[in-house]
Design a binder for this molecule. Structure first.
Ligand code: MLT
Length: 408
């Protein structure tokens, strides 16, 4: 009989956001008259920007004409998009990244999940706690973790992100090979300064470690002193891979497009002590397992880099940041401590001693508002909930009024 990958048995029964969706569906079935407001999963609600829609339509028209039709595209993405990304997101900010170091994909979830395939099974991994669950779950699936005891997997080096360290991961006490970092952070909404990132880049260079840097929320940064890319830090190109997404930046959660930057100078060790290019490995992986993002979607993403596109996405993200501000002010009125929300669409709220799943249930049942229980992001998240700013202004204002009523 065919045998299963036993590592899957170590996972929680379902993925965090599927679990929440199931609970909310159940609640809605039992309470059909309550209009549930979803501030749980970070899914955008506003339409694609007009410049993106126009380019998307044009891309479809190109596919409708033999003269402009495209079949299989390059697995790494079309040059027209990779060049715009390199010029605008990196070179214009002083980061030495070229178009052929960019791999266009269908989103940061897949790339952050798949990238671990390139590494040996017995590497030591450092993962912040709390954290976006994909990093940990994909390493569990790959067999890099031991048993799950007291809310944690053996063999993982957890980097506690707690009030005492301003929710910023600290350098590990024992040596590690691979480090996951995410800024602006999901779920806490905290940001890392240049000095914070410099210490990680220095650590990685000194210890021959690699950083997987998830920058999916960089377009929410308004503080000009904060780095938007890890490549703004000297030497990062040798030791860091960066993941980006058009999902939250330009409303692509349902359209799917993102990219991963793998600098050519990044190298990893073979058993014989020689090194190999990480760029070459990811290129080999992508060309074998991936056939690229559809042409109209890449045309749509390209429009993000036009003058109108930039203005429109600026307005889109500003709208969500204003929602975050309303949520933050409500938390203050309610007497809750929180972080995030200023350069990030997530607000991380201290539940004042409540367990996060109890707080989730309370808000769902008494206010009809969905949040994300912090415990779903790791043990250190258990006393917190995450509130997402991704919804209409009207719904956010309504949700905050309901929370005030439910918690008074
Ligand atoms: C989240 O809510 O953390 C994100 O929307 C999940 C994702 O981007 O996959």
């Amino acid at each position: 009989m065919i045998r299963a990958n036993e590592n899957y048995q170590k996972l929680k029964a379902s993925y965090l956001f599927s679990d929440i969706a199931r609970r909310v569906d159940q609640f809605q079935k039992e309470n059909p008259d309550i209009r549930v407001i979803r501030l749980g999963i970070g899914d955008v609600t506003r339409a694609l920007p007009p410049a993106v829609v126009t380019a998307f339509h044009k891309g479809v028209d190109d596919m409708a004409d033999d003269a402009t039709f495209r079949g299989y595209g390059p697995e790494q993405g079309y040059a027209f998009l990779r060049e715009k990304i390199a010029a605008h997101d990196y070179q214009a900010r002083g980061a030495d990244i070229s178009a052929d170091e960019i791999f266009v994909s269908d989103g940061a979830k897949c790339d952050t999940g798949n990238f671990q395939e390139l590494f040996a099974k017995d590497i030591k991994i450092a993962i912040p706690d709390p954290v976006y669950p994909v990093y940990l779950d994909t390493n569990v699936m790959a067999g890099r973790t031991g048993e799950f005891v007291d809310g944690r997997y053996k063999d993982i080096v957890y980097l506690d992100c707690i009030k005492e360290n301003r929710f910023l991961p600290q350098l590990p006490e024992t040596p590690v090979d691979l480090i996951y970092l995410c800024f602006p952070n999901n779920p806490t909404g905290t940001c890392a300064s240049k000095a914070d990132l410099t210490q990680w880049v220095d650590y990685a260079r000194k210890n021959h470690a690699l950083i997987l840097f998830d920058a999916a929320y960089e377009s929410f940064i308004r503080d000009v002193s904060l780095p938007r890319s890890i490549y703004e830090i000297d030497g990062a190109g040798e030791v860091a891979v960066e993941f980006r997404s058009f999902s939250k930046t330009a409303g692509f959660t349902g359209t799917r497009c993102g990219f991963t930057v793998v600098p050519k100078e990044c190298r990893v060790f073979l058993n014989n002590g020689e090194t190999v290019s990480l760029h070459g490995l990811w290129n080999r992986r992508q060309s074998t397992k991936f056939n690229g993002v559809s042409y109209p979607v890449q045309k749509a993403a390209e429009a993000v880099y036009t003058r109108e596109g930039q203005a429109q996405i600026g307005e889109l993200t500003a709208g969500y940041l204003e929602n975050a501000d309303i949520i933050g002010k409500t938390m203050v009125d309610l007497g809750f401590d929180y972080v995030g929300g200023d350069n990030s669409p997530y607000i991380w709220v201290d539940g004042q001693g409540r367990d996060s799943w109890d707080f989730f249930d309370l808000l769902l049942h008494k206010a009809g508002v969905v949040c994300t229980p912090g415990g779903g992001f790791g043990r250190c998240g258990s006393p917190y909930i995450r509130i997402s700013a991704f919804n209409s202004r009207e719904n956010v204002v309504d949700a905050m009024m309901r929370m005030k009523e439910a918690l008074k």
